[in-house]
Design a protein around this ligand. Structure first.
Ligand SMILES: Nc1ncnc2c1ncn2[C@@H]1O[C@H](COP(=O)(O)OP(=O)(O)OP(=O)(O)O)[C@@H](O)[C@H]1O
Ligand SMILES: [Mg+2]
Length: 374
């Protein structure tokens, strides 16, 4: 915390928020980790039902959910007043316009924050490494999204996204467990996630090619709610993450996303990108994930489909200075601690005057005269 905060000699520290489909990371700029990582959901005061913030039905519904959710974040987790504090929002480049506009409305109109700085998650993740070129793969909850960044500029036409992340793993685990435990009718999502994180892993490339033939790892007895126990077979523990790496009908998987993105980039970028891969997102924290990805890449690049188009031999991975699930948040916290926060933020005055959030995908903000007049 700045020494003289509260008596107006320095500006109050900005808050940094990364709203993920499963978990939201929230904390102060300039700190090394978020103050809290909480589920992106709110409990309805009347019905006591838990609702995911991203499962909104309309703009008004999203507004109400965000007000409730962000209120909890400020007043239960951070314990600071949102008024007159700057905000850094770490967002995906593919974030829907409806979501970002509603989020801006909630921050400016309801919480009266002084400014918002929207930063793209893939780009700011690079701040944590101090490099300007990398291929960033975010394997979060709903999708794995990959965007190469070259000399600080996202190579947008090479982006890749696939629904291969925690949600796919969890539904595969649920199906396998229901199959094994016929007396069970359903498993709550939180139990499935707990089983996934505590007992499952990504198997090696060699074992994956002959999963049926090899000796499975030991079974685990899982205790649910203190008394109820059931068995998680070793072969389920080993097989659930295969949905990420198995090639589908279009012959795509997480590993082909990397190679396809590299092919879409100009030749002189390719080696630099292959030697600067950064994998972020909670699903990349599963034991064995990175080793498997490296082996898959080494194998795929020798296959005829890629061997004729790519002459790459080495793939190198960066080790970020934080746990994978909050690397993007940390990037936002580093970025939010620089001068950029005062020069590039959208201020409350500008928002109230134009009632608009600048957007890179909107042509009116890519035209010089328009930009000058706003
Ligand atoms: N140590 C761990 N081992 C395995 N899985 C983990 C671990 N920690 C978190 N996860 C999983 O990572 C997922 C959440 O990752 P993350 O926080 O990156 O998602 P998100 O940012 O909410 O989603 P998205 O980026 O898709 O919007 C959860 O499903 C969680 O179970
Ligand atoms: Mg995320």
């Amino acid at each position: 915390m700045p020494l003289y905060e509260g008596i107006g000699l320095t500006e109050k520290q900005a808050v940094v928020i990364d709203i993920g489909a499963a978990y939201t990371k929230f904390g102060f700029a300039g700190e090394s980790g978020p103050r809290c990582i909480v589920r992106t959901e709110v409990k309805c005061p009347e019905t006591k039902q838990v609702k995911k913030v991203l499962n909104y039905s309309s703009k008004e519904d999203l507004y109400d959910l965000l007000v409730e959710f962000i209120h909890t974040l400020y007043f239960r987790h951070l314990l600071v007043s949102p008024k007159d504090r700057r905000v850094v929002v770490v967002e995906s480049l593919l974030c829907p316009t409806l979501f970002r506009e509603t989020l801006a409305k909630v921050f400016f109109r309801h919480f009266e924050v002084s400014s918002i700085l929207f930063v793209p998650s893939h780009l700011v993740s690079l701040c944590t490494l101090g490099v300007s070129t990398a291929l960033i793969l975010d394997v979060g909850y709903v999708e794995a999204v990959l965007i190469p960044v070259f000399e600080g500029v996202p190579v947008l036409h090479a982006w890749q996204a696939q629904p291969r992340a925690a949600q796919a793993v969890e539904s595969s685990l649920k199906a396998l467990l229901l199959n094994e435990n016929s007396e069970k009718e359903d498993f709550p999502d939180s139990t499935i996630e707990d089983i996934k994180v505590r007992t499952c892993f990504v198997t090696s490339f060699n074992r994956a090619t002959q999963l049926e033939a090899v000796q499975p790892p030991p079974d685990v007895v899982y205790r649910e709610g203190g008394t109820d126990t059931f068995c998680i077979p070793g072969k389920v523990r080993e097989a659930v993450h295969e949905v990420l790496f198995e090639q589908d009908n279009d012959q795509t998987s997480i590993s082909t996303m990397i190679l396809d993105a590299i092919i879409k980039c100009p030749i002189d970028m390719r080696k630099a990108l292959a030697e600067n891969i950064l994998v972020i997102g909670g699903t990349a924290m599963v034991p064995g994930f990175k080793a498997r990805l490296r082996d898959e890449l080494k194998h795929l690049v020798q296959q005829p489909k890629y061997a004729s188009r790519l002459a790459l031999k080495t793939f190198k991975f960066h080790k970020p200075p934080a746990k994978e699930n909050y690397v993007a948040w940390l990037g936002g916290a580093i970025f939010g601690g620089t001068d950029v926060i005062s020069t590039r933020s959208l201020t409350k005055e500008a928002y109230v005057k134009h009632n608009k959030v600048p957007d890179w995908a909107d042509l009116s903000y890519n035209c010089w005269e328009e930009k000058m007049s706003l």
